[in-house]
Design a protein around this ligand. Structure first.
Ligand code: ATP
Length: 228
């Protein structure tokens, strides 16, 4: 896949400027809780796209989960912190938690690109299940314009076909050019599964890093109200 990475050197920005902050991946999510499915796609995208850093961005109020009960942002952020603490390339970014209202990726990207990561090349990492929803996101063209690449990571049960990509490219011109389906190791794990297992007292070990398991148990998270 190095050809992919080479081919994907940022072309829309000044290369000399990019070198100061490198290539940054962003992985947004509810992370309620974070699990190995998230960590494995972050690691795989970082390796395949030669990312210097991956920012984990817990959603403040996910637009697609309005009306659902979500664990407080500070708690979800703490679990992310615990999960990524041993990986120097991973970092937590809390900007969506401090912003009122629903979290829109187009705004998050704008904030990041006009702040400390001004000169970076930007790559959005998403699970294959989210790909079909992209046209429904707020200002998808604005998102595409701000990105150097979208890493669409394989997820069990969600095939990424050339037909799907062609259709998406028709809906969102320019998307095909920056879209990279990446065949990461596929883990059939979801935050829903962890919440349900926690509520039933089933083990969470090996589904998320041990410090996250310990935190969930110590805080008594997900003991009720798991159905969302
Ligand atoms: P929930 O079960 O609560 O809907 P989730 O497990 O899908 O949550 P999110 O925090 O909503 O987790 O996901 C954040 C991002 O990670 C999304 O882009 C999602 O597609 C991706 N993702 C989550 N789990 C996996 C997985 N097992 N494999 C690949 N991608 C994943």
């Amino acid at each position: 896949m190095s050809a992919l990475a080479d081919q994907h050197r940022p072309q829309r920005r000044d290369e000399s400027a990019d070198s100061s902050h490198g290539r940054v991946g962003i992985l947004g999510g509810t992370f309620d809780p974070i699990h190995y499915g998230h960590l494995v796609i972050a690691q795989e995208a970082a390796a395949r796209l030669r990312l210097d850093r991956v920012l984990f961005i817990p959603s403040g109020h996910p637009p697609h989960k309005l009306g659902e009960t979500v664990t407080p942002g500070a708690v979800r952020a703490r679990m992310v912190e615990l999960a990524i603490q041993d990986n120097a390339r991973f970092a937590l970014a809390e900007l969506e938690l401090t912003r009122p209202g629903p979290s829109y990726t187009v705004d998050t990207l704008h904030t990041l690109r006009t702040s400390q990561y001004m000169n970076s090349a930007w790559f959005m990492i998403i699970g294959g299940d989210m790909l079909a929803d992209l046209p429904q996101w707020r200002d998808p063209q604005g998102i595409i314009r701000q990105l150097d690449g979208i890493a669409a990571m394989y997820r069990p049960g969600y095939a990424i076909s050339p037909e799907q990509i062609a259709k998406l490219d028709q809906q969102l011109p320019g998307l095909g050019e920056i879209l990279f389906p990446i065949e990461s190791p596929q883990l059939a794990v979801s935050a829903t599964l962890l919440r349900e297992r926690a509520a039933c007292g089933l083990p969470l070990r090996y589904l998320t890093p041990d410090p996250v398991v310990e935190y969930i148990l110590a805080q008594g998270l997900y003991q009720s109200g798991v159905a969302r």
